[in-house]
Design a protein around this ligand. Sequence first.
Ligand code: KIV
Length: 271
Amino acid sequence: MSKYTEVKRITTNTLQAMKRDGVKISMLTAYDFSMAKIIDQAGIDIILVGDSASNVMHGHESTLPITLDQMISHAAAVRKAVERCFVVVDLPFGSYQGNSRAALDSAIRIMKEAGAHGVKIEGGSEILESAKRILSAGIPVMGHLGLTPQSIFKFGTYTVRAKEEAEAAKLIEDAHLLQETGCFGIVLEKIPAALGTRVAQELDIPIIGIGAGNGVDGQVLVSHDMFGITQDFSPRFLRRYLDLSSEMKGAVAQYIKDVKSGDFPNEKEQY
Ligand code: KIV
């Protein structure tokens, strides 16, 4: 047990101190009140209201269709449930790229209407002006490099990023730029472990990996994947901690049986 277990509220300062002390940071996604309450009470350090909600909550094939209004709705529900962890919310596709004024407006809406603690944006040098503008309003910003799902149609595939030297060099440069701009942390997605380790060693801010190996400062997973609610997504980096999909189907099958047979409700389950 570390001294951080006792911390009543996780802030960007806590996360920075955890990096300094070599204490790994835990992060999971949540998109609704009930799930966020369980994850926060279990002691997670960061909840990400990820735009992966586009896939796991709304059934879209990519993260691109989810809207700012939908992200605010998810984030507001999560924020109501949370007492301890830091809540960071993805700015969705189209709400911050190419126009830093729009980026600031989007981030302000997320902070005001959802009560978020910070926002996450994807990209490096391309979105630096947006990051700067949001930071100028005192809003904590987290970067996201490597596989950036909002650019999936540019990449064309979900394969490992930055395996080639030029792309790895750009990622390292972007990570430094994000740190210099004032970002409080960076997510690195699906890149070689050695590159993840290098970025975490070179930078002073926390580096959170998803498929970026064990040499980074913390890990993030999509909660629906690690709980085994989603079944059709099995990248190498995913560790499933539960098989909730099977458990839930079993419970539903039993409920149907009990209703059909007249076993439910019994004497004690009625008024
Ligand atoms: O939206 C999301 O869930 C994310 C994680 C994959 C880091 O950005």
